[in-house]
Design a protein around this ligand. Structure first.
Ligand code: GRF
Length: 210
């Protein structure tokens, strides 16, 4: 058995990707891994209930406490987040529907350790409402991407991708619904690889070592 990978999940909402990863650890599809904490910026996140049911530690850093007259104090917020991460010392930080953009200090501090899932085939359709963007662009295929987080939004070396067909009748909701189980599978596949193999990043691409 390999060395145990300590995972920290960051989630702001529903938490279905988080649940998929937790279930995959429980059933052995992700080897050598343990989720040591869920961090959320939103006390109402569905992910918090999932963590509690699974006995996973929850840390809430209320982003609303850092918002004043429409301005978000990112530096203040990230100081707290940074302190929690420093204390937890994870091997991997997995963003799963985390709705805040991370600043460059945290990204540099945890370079090539932060992973995100995005609901499009990057580099297409970065940013919010990627499924809506795909429908509006009239593409016949879209998908999801698990990638390392860099300072550019929804950019960074790609770890895993899978596709979904876009139907002429699709709405943002139906496409999102059909894509979600593919996201779960793709995130599990990516985390499983990260926890069982070594990789390097060369010229912006992930290269898997033996
Ligand atoms: C997913 O579509 C993910 O790709 C995006 O946010 C959504 C989160 O869903 N980044 P969930 O909270 O994991 O259910």
């Amino acid at each position: 058995m390999g060395i145990e990978n300590k995972l920290v999940i960051l989630a702001s909402g529903r938490g279905s990707n988080f649940a998929a990863i937790a279930n995959a650890i429980a059933d052995g599809s992700i080897p050598n891994a343990r989720i040591i904490a869920l961090i959320s910026n939103n006390a109402d996140a569905g992910a918090i209930g999932i963590a509690k049911r699974l006995g996973i530690a929850v840390r809430i850093i209320h982003s609303k406490n850092f918002r004043q007259s429409g301005q978000f104090d990112r530096i203040g917020y990230e100081k707290e987040l940074s302190a929690v991460l420093k204390e937890l010392q994870p091997n991997w930080i997995l963003l799963a529907g985390y709705m805040l953009i991370l600043g460059k200090e945290i990204i540099q501090q945890w370079a090539n350790k932060i992973v995100n899932i995005h609901p499009s085939l990057l580099p297409a359709f970065r940013g919010l409402r990627a499924q809506k963007q795909a429908i509006e662009a009239g593409v016949s295929k879209s998908g999801c991407t698990v990638h390392f987080v860099t300072e550019e939004l929804d950019d960074g070396p790609i770890i895993a991708q899978n596709t979904v067909e876009v139907l002429g009748t699709d709405t943002e909701e139906t496409l999102s619904q059909r894509l979600l189980p593919i996201e779960h599978h793709t995130y599990v596949e990516a985390v499983s690889k990260l926890c069982s193999r070594s990789c390097v990043i060369r010229n912006g691409c992930v290269e898997w070592l033996a």
